[in-house]
Design a protein around this ligand. Structure first.
Ligand code: MG
Length: 311
């Protein structure tokens, strides 16, 4: 870990006494990006607008004290994981229990000992970085670097509910590499891994809106989640994907369809309502994908509701 690496990390200093802020600023300014608030209300506003990596919070403040600020932050799911270090004076040591019970991670005492302040801050920043890294890694596919199935499930659920509220359709594309088992048998598993990475990168290029998500669903299966996208929009993306993978021109001598790597894509579009869930969307795309395989691969199949649902 290098010190210059820390310079992008943000710390919010909250204290009603400007002299305290000045001292902490002098102590930490070389290693972190510092922001300041002189009241609890201002601190809450700043944290929600631009969440910092750490909050250093004075306990005794007029109007809204540090405990109240801490309670408010811990009650907000968006910011509750940001570590809080309380600032207290030597006389208030019994208050440390209160703060720790509220979820603070540590204390620093006035008058400040710069070496101690730097160490305690560095410890908490390092712990947070480890947590963030773990959270990110556990949501990414190790081979391709795109979101994994766990991340997709979370995202599908959230976007489904969002489209339900906004009464917009949501689409999901399920793409599967054709004859991939025979590709691995012919070229070996290392080449198979390279193929997965190339296909994943080419699929990713076809998504243009920031809300769209591409995930590795399993083995050679990829899913694109397209919130607020109707059937026509989804088919357009699916056509681009089919073309993008073909354009890679990855040779596949064992394929029965083409001499290069191709994909089959199932497309499903649903209007989230009370009677359906996000699982129905995946199920529908999976059925369409199966249809595309049955019809000869290297093609798109569009899911349509069974006729009996209209009865
Ligand atoms: Mg104070």
């Amino acid at each position: 870990m290098t010190i210059c690496h820390d310079s992008q990390l943000m710390i919010l200093l909250v204290d009603d006494a400007p002299t305290n802020i000045q001292v902490l600023n002098e102590t930490l300014k070389d290693d972190y990006r510092l922001f300041f608030a002189t009241s609890g209300a201002e601190a809450l506003r700043m944290v929600t607008q631009a969440p910092p990596d750490l909050v250093i919070l004075d306990v005794i403040m007029p109007d809204m004290d540090g405990y109240e600020v801490c309670r408010a932050l811990k009650a907000n799911a968006q910011v509750q994981d940001i570590p809080i270090i309380f600032v207290t004076s030597m006389r208030q040591q019994e208050d440390e229990v209160v703060g720790l019970e509220l979820g603070a991670v540590d204390y620093i005492t006035k008058p400040f000992n710069p070496a101690v302040v730097r160490l305690r801050v560095r410890n908490q920043i390092e712990l947070k970085r480890q947590r963030d890294l773990l959270a990110r890694l556990s949501n990414l596919d190790g081979l391709t670097g795109i979101p994994n199935r766990r991340a997709l499930d979370t995202c599908t659920d959230r976007e489904w509910r969002r489209c339900q509220r906004s009464r917009k359709p949501i689409s999901l594309l399920m793409a599967d590499i054709d004859h991939f088992k025979s590709y691995n048998d012919t070229y070996g598993h290392l080449a198979g891994d390279d193929c997965l990475k190339a296909v994943s990168a080419s699929l990713l290029q076809t998504l243009e809106r920031p809300g769209d998500l591409l995930a590795r669903y399993g083995g050679e299966e990829f899913v694109a989640l397209l919130p607020e996208t109707d059937a026509a929009g989804a088919q357009l993306v699916a056509s681009k994907m089919l073309q993008a993978v073909a354009n890679l021109g990855v040779p596949h001598a064992g394929a029965l369809t083409e001499a290069h790597i191709t994909v089959s894509i199932g497309v499903a579009t649903l209007q989230p309502g009370r009677t359906t869930s996000s699982a129905n969307l995946l199920e529908a795309a999976d059925q369409a994908l199966y249809q595309a395989k049955v019809e000869g691969r290297n093609r798109i199949s569009i899911w349509s509701p069974p006729l009996d649902r209209h009865a």
